[in-house]
Write a protein that binds this ligand. Structure first.
Ligand SMILES: Cc1cc2nc3c(=O)[nH]c(=O)nc-3n(C[C@H](O)[C@H](O)[C@H](O)COP(=O)(O)O)c2cc1C
Length: 381
């Protein structure tokens, strides 16, 4: 900008060049990452992260069902200080948020899972590493040695020895819970990946895949690894392998939540895999009431069973909605995967920072000064 300033006013200046050059400064909410990622990523990688199964009905419904809820507030509450901190499985969090497990982080960015884990540690949110991470679990643990809790997500392999080994390694590397993903007995039909010919990668983190799988269709390979015959009996098997708490991910009904508690799960993770598995499953927020009722005040090993939720969480208002309805914390997938793609570790940090800012504003405007003050009546319907 040129021209002289009117007398008494400072000369108008251009915004700093660095701010213009850094696309992250133009990102003002988690939902902004997708547009930038779509313009900069290769199509198969973008589609792998952003896409869902079938007609992507559940993928859309997760987001829309949260947006349909309305928040009620109390006025004239002193909100000089608003504190979103909480704990999960006894560990402190700076806000009730975690990064959901996402396979093949290298498709987003070469810095992959270590960058995610570092950003989570700095933001004081939980990080859950996928069995199918691009980086070995020990390396991820080493990249972010301290900070918020780090959990390991388990897909049970057909060869149980592979899973036994993974669980022992995760425990030795300092992961503090095992998250058993129970909604992938077979892979969902992800048409974008089929159309793009997405292949199983050469580079892979946690176990040695059989010869010749690199280059084969990605979902066919993953589906092939997984134990189709997994049942509730296997939760007892898993509990026998580790002293770590077990969280069951993929719970979508009160009946299964009850069953998970009876099986000894310390946590129940309401999820439809972000609309990547059973298309036409309801939105995860729409089964939360049922799950909260089923779990009630029940305990496992003397501790109250915790409920987490993922699927469609994009805004501070979504976090507030899930908390008021009874979730202990929420997990975020795609937007942070795309944030990693756009800006590496700094992108994920930016995403978490924005989410925290929105949550603080939402809590202040609802008259809620700490997470234990959320109530079910604050969400309609
Ligand atoms: C790219 C990508 C990879 C994923 N990989 C895994 C995985 O390896 N294990 C797992 O349990 N869930 C996986 N999920 C599901 C997420 O953990 C989570 O349930 C879902 O992304 C939440 O929905 P959201 O993306 O709308 O936030 C993946 C999701 C995405 C987007």
């Amino acid at each position: 900008m040129t021209g002289e300033a009117p007398p008494g006013l400072p000369e108008a200046t251009e915004p700093p060049v660095a701010a213009l050059a850094d696309p992250l400064t133009r990102i003002l909410s988690l939902t902004d990452f997708a547009g930038l990622a779509e313009r900069t990523m290769d199509r198969p990688s973008f589609d792998y992260i952003a896409g869902g199964s079938g007609e992507e009905i559940t993928l859309r419904e997760n987001v829309e069902a949260l947006r349909r809820r309305r928040l009620r507030s109390r006025i004239l509450v002193d909100v000089t200080s608003v504190d979103p901190s909480t704990h999960i499985l006894g560990a402190p969090l700076r806000m009730p948020v975690g990064i959901a497990p996402m396979a093949f982080g290298h498709l987003a960015h070469p810095s992959a899972e270590p960058a995610m884990a570092r950003a989570a540690g700095q933001a004081g949110v939980a990080f859950c590493l996928s069995t199918m991470s691009s980086t070995p679990l020990e390396e991820v643990a080493g990249a972010a040695p301290d900070g918020a809790p780090r959990w390991f997500q388990l897909y049970v392999h057909r060869d149980r020895a592979v899973s036994h080994d993974l669980v022992s390694r995760a425990e030795a590397a300092g992961y503090s819970a095992i998250v058993l993903t129970a909604d992938l007995p077979v892979a969902g039909d992800r048409e974008r990946d089929l159309r793009n010919g997405l292949q199983y990668p050469e580079r892979f983190g946690n176990f040695t895949a059989a010869e010749g799988v690199a280059g084969r269709p990605l979902l066919e390979v993953i589906g092939g690894f997984n134990e189709r015959g997994l049942t509730w009996r296997d939760v007892a098997w898993l509990r026998g392998l580790t002293s770590l708490p077990i969280v069951i991910k993929g719970v979508m009904s009160g009946a299964d939540a009850s069953r998970a508690v009876r099986a000894g799960a310390a946590g129940v993770w309401v999820s439809n895999h972000g609309g990547r598995q059973l298309d036409r499953a309801p939105a995860s927020i729409d089964v939360l009431d049922e799950v909260v009722r089923a779990v009630g005040q029940r305990t496992v090993d003397g501790q109250p069973v915790e409920i987490y939720l993922d699927g469609g969480v994009r805004r501070g208002a979504d976090v507030a909605t899930a908390l008021a309805m009874g979730a202990q914390a929420v997990f975020v997938g795609r937007p942070l995967g795309l944030a990693l793609a756009v800006g590496g570790e700094a992108g994920v940090r930016r995403g978490l920072e924005l989410l925290r800012g929105e949550l603080l504003t939402t809590m202040a405007l609802m008259g809620v000064t700490s997470v234990d003050r959320f109530r079910r009546w604050m969400v309609e319907p």
